[in-house]
Design a protein around this ligand. Sequence first.
Ligand code: SAM
Length: 351
Amino acid sequence: SQSELDYPFKLLEYFNGFRISKVIFSACELGVFDLLLKSQEPLSARHVAQELSTSVDGMERLLDALVGIEILEVETTNGTAFYSSTDVANLYLAKGSGKSLHDMIIYQSQTIYPLWNNLADAVREGKNQNEKTSGVPAEDVFQAIYSSEEEMLKFMGLMNSSWVLDGHDIVTAFNLSGFQNIVDVGGCTGALAREMAKAYPSSSVTVFDLPQVVETAQKHFSQENDAVTFQAGDFFSDELPPADLYVLARIIHDWPDEKCLSLLKKIHDLCKPGCGVLLVEALLFENRRGPVMAQMFSLNMLVQTEGQERPPSQYTHILNKSGFCNVQDLERVRNLTYMVTRREKMKRSLW
Ligand code: SAM
């Protein structure tokens, strides 16, 4: 537009996007939000710096920037600024709350951010940048993502915390109560599976994932009287447990078409009459012109995996090719996360 030609406000805002991300990431890493939540009263920059072992000057600038982006509040008494948290920071940025996105932020900051440093190379080469970024050679994507125990824990923390916001809405977007045995294929920590168990208490829900992931999930993410069970295996090379609903949440987007096809064919062969598959993915618009976040995720899949985000027709195509038909309407959850379900042909009426 003419106003952007006169002064490129939007461009400058985009250029600076990474600085804003890094302000939030750094404050999380330093423990600013946890300290302010714990403190019953507003704190000075000097006090925060002392508690968190940082420079006073650096901390003051960081706190001021957080006030600038309206994540913290400040009041000045007798010439000293006292900082306090907002409800949003307490709920989503501090560690303790049930809605905390802390683990998501740590992964973005420590793993995704360095990977995106190599985005130009990823575009040039058309492949992920795991080896270049971490320096660890890996045969396959998840070997790279799980290059150390620490990386595995961080990735699992990311997966776990992403369902804090959308999990309930995702599992209730369709009525899944008719399914007795649900297997969450590549279900990681079991976060989405637990939402399913909560929403459909008469169904039994099993998480199927790689042996090391299952072990880590049980060690670090299990709950008392856990409503879900775990089974270890490789979904490409091992047998999947029997079920009448197979859930694949953010699985297909990790892989190229051939691998998706072989996994979905395998599931189709296992499906008895009435069985279903539920895909949970961020969908691109059919013409790929948005949503912007899905386009960003697709670039993320380029720098980190072998996959991509896809528009609905591509999922339909892969599902049809693997034997599934009877398209259930897409269900949209918020403006980003979408869900596709397919039912095996001529079995049970659509729900
Ligand atoms: N479904 C979870 C969610 O949406 O939060 C996790 C999605 S994550 C992007 C992909 C998952 O697939 C990881 O938990 C990973 O361990 C699992 N996975 C990757 N390759 C696998 C394989 N060959 N067999 C079983 N699980 C696998």
